[in-house]
Design a protein around this ligand. Structure first.
Ligand SMILES: Nc1ncnc2c1ncn2[C@@H]1O[C@H](COP(=O)(O)OP(=O)(O)O)[C@@H](O)[C@H]1O
Ligand SMILES: [Mg+2]
Length: 248
């Protein structure tokens, strides 16, 4: 009997947990973010508790201004919490120096934004390779091939961003974000600037990255069709997670 057959015949409660750990790779505890606008404090986050398991794909939905980007920035160490904690792979970002946080971000987190943020003077290849060089381990041709093939970029690598479609540019941005094998990929409305067809391609590729490479992904969107590509959806409103309650 195959090992896999044995697993399948076990009752649910007896199954050996898979290789995935049940320890969250990402956790926020009572996370607050206040912005100072003149004399008033604008509370963008008002106590967010969120846990993401390794290998999960999570979509965060909610109306404009509810705090989605603020949450993603704090999770990714791009901004600091006013109160509460962010734990990335067991590291408490709030106790780290700026330098330590930058280092952790470089090694464990990849970012994708709505505006692709590619360097206009470099080719697609250059935009991806520079991330490998900045990372410090230098160019890894094998990883480069795997990632660019998975994202269907083989034939587009010599082109500058201005010579690529929006969908292709976003696929280059995704390649750049994951080239150094970050534990977590964070995406802020990655299809917000794309037409339906390109959105579908990008979303299908994100899902494939998650399913085939086990990439943990947290994506912000306000499009329910985009969110449906992901394993789990949480909804935000007014700076908190209102789980299970549709906000759109
Ligand atoms: N840098 C900032 N300074 C002041 N207020 C901000 C800043 N960034 C965001 N905000 C405010 O915080 C709230 C949440 O914003 P944001 O996190 O961008 O929400 P979302 O991504 O869901 O649209 C909004 O009221 C927004 O106006
Ligand atoms: Mg936003």
């Amino acid at each position: 009997m195959q090992f896999t057959d044995t697993i399948q015949t076990l009752p649910e409660t007896e199954r050996i947990p898979g290789p995935m750990s049940l320890e969250p790779i990402l956790k926020t505890e009572n996370l607050w973010k206040l912005y100072h606008a003149g004399k008033v404090d604008v509370p963008a986050l008002r106590g967010v508790n969120l846990a993401v398991l390794p290998g999960e794909s999570l979509a965060i939905m909610g109306p404009s201004g509810c705090g989605k980007s603020s949450l993603l920035y704090l999770i990714g160490g791009l901004a600091q919490a006013s109160r509460g904690r962010v734990l990335v792979d067991g590291n408490d970002l709030s106790t780290m120096s700026d330098a330590e946080r930058t280092k952790l971000r470089r090694h464990k987190i990849g970012f994708v934004f709505q505006r692709f943020n590619l360097l206009p003077t470099l080719s697609a290849e250059g935009n991806i390779a520079i991330a490998q060089h900045l990372h410090g381990d230098g160019f890894d041709p094998h990883r480069f091939d795997v990632v660019t093939k998975m994202l269907g970029l083989e034939g587009r690598l010599k082109h500058k961003p201005s010579e690529l479609s929006g969908g292709e540019q976003q696929r280059v941005a995704i390649a750049r974000a994951i080239i150094n094998e970050p534990k977590i990929l964070l995406a802020d409305e990655p299809t917000g600037n794309l037409d339906t067809k390109n959105s579908e391609i990008v979303l299908a590729m994100l899902r494939q990255l998650n399913k085939d490479m086990g990439q943990t992904i947290v994506m912000i969107t306000h499009n329910p069709e985009a969110a449906a590509y992901f394993d789990r959806i949480v909804h935000m409103r007014d700076g908190v997670i209102v789980d299970g309650v549709p906000t759109d």
